[in-house]
Each structure stands twice: as C-alpha cells, then as structure tokens.
Design a protein around this ligand. Structure first.
Ligand SMILES: Cc1cc2nc3c(=O)[nH]c(=O)nc-3n(C[C@H](O)[C@H](O)[C@H](O)COP(=O)(O)OP(=O)(O)OC[C@H]3O[C@@H](n4cnc5c(N)ncnc54)[C@H](O)[C@@H]3O)c2cc1C
Length: 267
C-alpha cells in the first residue's frame, strides 16, 4: 500500500511531497511520462498505476495541470477530490484545509473516501527535502489521447512580463505591462496571458492602474500583491473603486487620454 504522487519538475510538486509523506510510503509518476501533455490519458494511466500499487491516496500539485488531471481521475474512478489544499491530516475521514475563492476563504473539509485525491495549493507549504520517491511507470493508451496539447503559442508581447512588472496599466504607458480582465480575454481582444486574476496571472506591481474594470472577486484574487491600485471607473461604487488607493470617477475615454497627455508633457 502506498501513496501516489503525480510529479513535475517544479517547486509545487516538491511542496506536494511534504503533505503526501504524512499519508504513507511514497511512489511517484511523472507528469511528463506521457508526451505531449494529454490530461485524460494521464488520468487513465494514473488510475491503472493507483490500482497496481494499491494506492491509499493520490496527490498532485494544485497547478492548472495537476488540478485538471486529478479532476479527470476523480471522474474516472468516481472518487471525491479536494483541490488546492494547504493542510491535510490522514485518518478516516481525512481532514483538509482548502483555499477557496481565489484564496480569500479557507475551508475545512472532511473527505470520506477509500482513496482520497488531493492537490496542494502551490507555494503554501515548504518544499520537501526527503528522498525522491521511487517511480511507477505510466502505461498510456492511445485511445485516451483525444485531448492533448497540439501546439504552443508564444505570448504576443515582448519586454516586461505581467507577473514581474512594476507598473501594470491597460494601454501600455510608462514602460508598463498590459493587463486586462477576463471580459476582455473572453471577447478575444487580448490573449489569456494578459488576464489578471484567479484564472489568469497573479501580479505584484508597485502600481496597478485599472481602467473600466469592476473588480469582481476573481479579478481581485490576482491583485493581492499589488502595492498601490489606481482605479478609473464611471461607477464610484464599483468594487475596484472601493478597494483602490486612488480613484478617478468618470468616463475612461476622456480620463485616459488626459492622463496620457499629462504624462507625455512631463517626460
Ligand atoms: C471561475 C471564474 C473565474 C474567473 N477568473 C477571472 C480572472 O482570472 N480574471 C478576471 O478578470 N475575471 C475572472 N472572472 C470573471 C469575473 O467574474 C468578471 O466577470 C470579470 O472580471 C469582469 O470583467 P470587467 O471588470 O472587465 O467587466 P465588467 O464587470 O462588465 O465591468 C466593467 C466596468 O467598467 C466600467 N465602465 C464601463 N464603461 C466605462 C467608461 N466609459 N468609463 C469608465 N468606466 C466604465 C463599469 O462601471 C464597470 O465597473 C472569472 C469568473 C469565473 C466564474
């Protein structure tokens, strides 16, 4: 009987080992054991590996890929899945603490399951420095390869990356990075790499200038690291206006050109 961990070469995977180790003797399978990334094929092979080693629990990092594979594994095996945990105590039931609502809520949950499936929220626990767990080989089945990565698109912009930018503004002034809300990426106006928020990039700039963004919880989840927020919005009661350090109430089509002109004058 062992605990199976889906591993990639990244810190979140090493952090996952820290929680998983409390659940028993570790075995690992490689996320890159199937190429290209094919979440359903990985889930199917993981299910076979879990049965082979009589796994009493399966862990993965709470990355986009880790969560996707374990969600598919849960569906295939009809088992409950606790995503984005920051703590987990073995037992019957297993007690987990989960990040919810983009990290603004902590939930304590009890998992009644013969084989709990758990992902660990990245960067919430220290990385494990114990020995690397022995690997179990994945045996993919070509019939499960329907959903797979077929191409990689390079981000359209060069220069300052969104995650590392000191100033983020919609419009590209000040040598800044350009960010946007999901309304904009859903409309296809900007690539997903520009989206700030829970399902986009978490940013930590010195200044975040939000033009015509309401400040939905999912957008604010990406802004927790911003040192200062400037909001421009025609609605003074928009959540982003209520959470900003500086606000400008009015039509951004007038305000943004006026700010741009002023900055150009002073440069
Ligand atoms: C599971 C899930 C995950 C999500 N993840 C994300 C995420 O990662 N990032 C994200 O951004 N969203 C995310 N969303 C979507 C989120 O809930 C909101 O729908 C989205 O953030 C709204 O985008 P917005 O503020 O641009 O649009 P709206 O909410 O429509 O707001 C537009 C704002 O512009 C203002 N405005 C309009 N015209 C003007 C003008 N002329 N001058 C000045 N102000 C003006 C309005 O007053 C309003 O406040 C997610 C949703 C779900 C369900």
């Amino acid at each position: 009987m062992s605990v199976l961990v889906l591993m990639a070469d990244d810190d979140p995977s090493r952090q996952t080992l820290t929680l998983a180790r409390k659940f028993g003797e570790l075995r690992s399978v490689r996320m890159d054991g199937i190429q290209p990334f094919a979440p359903d094929a990985l889930a199917a092979a993981l299910a076979r590996a879990a049965d082979e080693v009589h796994a009493t629990a399966v862990f993965a990092a709470g990355t986009e890929r880790g969560n996707e594979v374990l969600a598919r594994l849960a569906a295939r095996m009809d088992l409950p899945f606790a995503a984005n945990c920051i703590a987990a105590t073995p037992g019957d039931p297993v007690v987990v603490t989960r990040l919810r609502w983009g990290g603004s809520l902590l939930e304590e949950a009890r998992l009644h399951s013969p084989r709990p499936l758990i992902t660990v929220a990245p960067h919430t626990v220290a990385a494990d420095d114990g020995p690397a767990p022995p690997e179990v080989e994945l045996r993919p089945d070509d019939r499960d390869m329907t959903v797979r990565v077929s191409d990689h698109l390079k981000p359209s912009k060069g220069g300052v990356s969104l995650a590392a930018a000191k100033v983020i503004v919609s419009g590209g002034l000040l040598g800044a990075a350009v960010g946007c809300s999901r309304a904009v990426t859903s409309a296809g106006w900007r690539p997903h790499t520009d989206q700030v928020g829970q399902t986009g990039t978490k940013v930590s700039p010195e200044v975040y200038i939000a033009c015509g963004i309401s400040g939905a919880t999912q957008h604010m989840a990406g802004l927790k690291g911003a040192k200062r927020i400037v909001a421009i919005n025609s609605d003074p009661q928009a959540p982003l206006m209520l959470n900003a350090d500086y606000t400008v109430t009015g039509d951004l089509k007038e305000i943004v050109p006026a700010i741009s002109a002023e900055i150009r004058k002073r440069r």
